[in-house]
Design a protein around this ligand. Structure first.
Ligand SMILES: *Cc1c(COP(=O)(O)O)cnc(C)c1O
Length: 387
């Protein structure tokens, strides 16, 4: 076992060795280092071929057509391009957008900015189990709603949203549906046709690919138009300018192909680890699972602890690389906005920790984590009782 034990796969994953090796062939003088936009020589043609091959790999992962994939720098940019891009092209039709209180900051901050530009945003309330229900979405839709933006798997909780049901409702009313699938593409079944998704954000570093590259799926039929947020040479059919980073794109493509092949197997392994972790954890006093026990993707477990504050717990758990459900600012620890939105009392929301597992996580690591957690909780609680 390597220490600290890495249990923060929801924050980022290591690049798969096969992915990293593939990327190396597109950087140096002896590799295909050309600019994919160079149309006049072999260097450019080879880079373009690599980029288009990767586009097919990514499209295949989500059941899309290659012409529907736009390269971006990651899911943050994809979220921004989808949300602001739709807001701009549809603003004459309506200025109402539906999202939820438990989205990623990339979505929430893009929506907050649009509010300052005269758009109206409905932030849906999750259930106490951290779910955004299709009923609550439907109830929020209006005649001037232009976009619904929701994530598939929640990055803090691991809870799953019933995208297919929401997709059906949005399509009926000609409302664009954007889905942030950064946490789900590598482990859950995602199909833009079956789920009737119009825009979908992906990030390579959440699926064993490199950091700094992502994609936005943009539906062609019925056609969805997004206004560019980065202007320049008109790359990516005008939706996102900038010289394509061949090595990064090849890395995302390879990661997507591996994910498609392995996703079922990975999911089963993750579900076993998840179950083992939860079973063992349930033997410890004063621990509760945040988010639905049933409707979740395996691999992300968010726990709250009675009578312990999350920061002291995290400090004492140095052997584990995990994260709090809280956003730490300089002086104070803010409780997680996701847990707060679910109606968690401040103390519990402040004690939350997120454990997330991945392809390399072993049963030994799971057992070690629970043992350390149990030991540390006992120590902190004993010290507190004496003090
Ligand atoms: C990580 C993550 C993002 C941000 O992705 P980057 O590629 O790091 O910009 C957005 N949404 C979700 C759900 C994420 O987990």
């Amino acid at each position: 076992m390597q220490y600290p034990v890495y249990l923060d796969y929801a924050a980022t994953t290591p690049c798969d060795q096969r992915v990293a090796e593939k990327m190396m062939a597109y950087l140096t003088e002896d590799g295909d280092f050309g600019n994919a936009a160079s149309r006049s020589h072999l260097f450019g043609w080879k880079a373009e071929e690599a980029v288009e091959n990767a586009r097919a790999q990514v499209a295949d992962l989500i059941g899309a057509d290659t012409r529907e994939i736009v390269w971006t720098s990651g899911a943050t940019e994809s979220d921004n391009l989808a949300i602001k891009g739709i807001a701009f092209t549809r603003k004459d039709r309506g200025r109402h957008i539906v999202t939820s209180k438990i989205e990623h900051k990339a979505v929430l901050d893009a929506c907050a900015w649009l509010e300052s530009q005269g758009f109206e945003i409905s932030y849906l309330q999750p259930t106490a189990e951290g779910l955004i229900t299709p009923d609550s979405v439907e109830a929020a839709l209006r005649s001037d709603t232009i976009l619904v933006s929701l994530m598939h798997v929640n990055n803090e909780l691991g809870t799953l949203t019933d995208i297919a049901a929401i997709g059906q409702e949005c399509r009926k009313r000609d409302i664009a549906l954007h889905v942030d699938a950064a946490q789900s593409a590598a482990r859950e079944f995602v199909d833009v046709e079956q789920m009737q998704i119009d825009l979908l954000s992906l990030s390579a570093h959440k699926m064993y690919g490199p950091k700094g590259i992502g994609a936005l799926y943009v539906r062609r039929s019925p056609e969805i138009k997004v206004a560019a947020q980065i202007h320049g040479g008109g790359h990516e059919r005008g939706m996102r300018s900038g010289t394509l980073p061949t090595h990064q794109i090849v890395g995302l493509g390879e990661a997507a192909e591996i994910a498609k092949k392995q996703r079922k197997k990975d999911r089963i392994a993750l579900a076993e680890l998840n179950e083992r972790f939860l079973q063992n954890v349930s033997k410890i006093d004063g621990v509760s699972l945040n988010g639905s026990r049933q409707q979740r993707a395996p691999g992300i477990v968010n726990l709250s602890f009675d009578a312990v504050d999350g920061e002291s717990l995290l400090m004492a758990l140095r052997e584990l690389a995990i994260s709090t459900g809280s956003a730490c600012t300089s002086a104070t620890v803010e409780p997680s906005y996701v847990l707060t939105a679910m109606g968690q009392p401040q103390e519990l929301a402040q004690s939350a920790l997120r454990f997330s597992f991945g392809r390399k996580t072993s049963c030994d690591e799971i057992d070690y984590a629970v043992e350390k957690l149990s030991e540390t909780l006992q120590n902190i609680r004993a010290t507190k009782a004496w003090g």
